[in-house]
Design a protein around this ligand. Structure first.
Ligand code: OOG
Ligand code: NI
Length: 265
């Protein structure tokens, strides 16, 4: 049985909060207790048959989502797609995947080893999009991934859960511009991702984005527990295109920097 779409996102949100407690406070700072509209949520995966983008997208397609834009990240060795629902109050979903064959043989071996531990049916479970990891990984293996791909290391440690939620600035009451949002969040004591500047994008590309740096949260590795970056909160303001419709896609150059919100200091 598939969950109703609102119930699905509530479960994804609760699971995200469980490792991202700062999101509760940021949500309060911007929403003053009101509900916020999410522009999008994001997922990370590996481009392997068992867990590729299509596997994560399947439950979304079943709920009426459709595939829209495609994005390539050459340096980070990633490919991504985004999905939209006809109901504009439902979040878009941005799903990226690591091009595993482009990694070193050491890294590929660790990735294959963890994905092999997954039950073949795991992606079909009702809770897959908030199920976390389906494998054991040692801290040393995590560090091996981290040296080559922060993305691979994050995914191996955290698995299948929303990597971030994104407040739609367009829908905020009494807050108009992204600089205002950034000031509120910074004054609230949170660190913003400054890679490429705090504001990514511009009205010219029809999308402005900023994000917090991920919380730090314990992960239980097979041999020890360690505190590492978990998930972050993003803010997005969208602009109308020449035809008058609001731009609903993503901007690869900006996304490239948003990925770095889970970097370690
Ligand atoms: C996704 C980064 C890209 C955006 O809004 O451009 C992104 C990630 O960090 O997994 O979310
Ligand atoms: Ni995002």
């Amino acid at each position: 049985m598939t969950l109703a779409v609102t119930e699905l996102f509530e479960n994804i949100w609760k699971n995200y909060l469980s490792v991202t407690p700062s999101a509760i406070r940021v949500h309060e700072l911007l929403g003053a207790g009101e509900e916020l509209i999410n522009d999008h949520v994001a997922y990370r995966t590996f481009n392997l048959e068992k867990v590729g983008i299509d596997k994560l997208a399947a439950p979304l397609l079943a709920l009426g989502y459709q595939a829209k834009g495609e994005y390539h990240f050459e340096a980070k060795k990633l490919y991504a797609r985004h999905y939209e629902h006809a109901d504009p109050t439902l979040p878009k979903v941005f799903i990226s995947e690591l091009l595993v064959e482009k990694m070193s043989s050491d890294v590929q071996a660790i990735i294959h080893k963890i994905v092999e531990q997954m039950d073949a049916q795991a992606t079909q479970a009702e809770n897959f999009l908030y199920s976390g990891t389906h494998w054991q990984i040692s801290y040393d293996e995590y560090l091996t991934l981290l040296k080559e791909s922060e993305y691979a290391a994050w995914l191996a440690a955290w698995g299948y859960r929303a990597n971030h939620f994104t407040v739609s600035i367009n829908h905020l009451e009494g807050i108009d511009c992204i600089n205002q949002v950034n000031d509120i969040v910074r004054d609230g004591g949170f660190r913003l991702n400054s890679s490429g500047g705090e504001v990514k994008g511009s009205p010219d590309v029809k999308l402005e984005q900023s994000s917090t740096m991920a919380d730090v949260h314990p992960v239980v590795f097979s041999d020890r527990t360690a505190e590492i970056p978990s998930c972050f909160y993003e803010f997005a303001k969208r602009y109308p295109m020449d035809c008058g419709n609001i731009y609903t896609g993503f901007v690869a150059a900006s996304a490239d920097k948003i990925f770095e919100s889970t970097n370690q200091d």
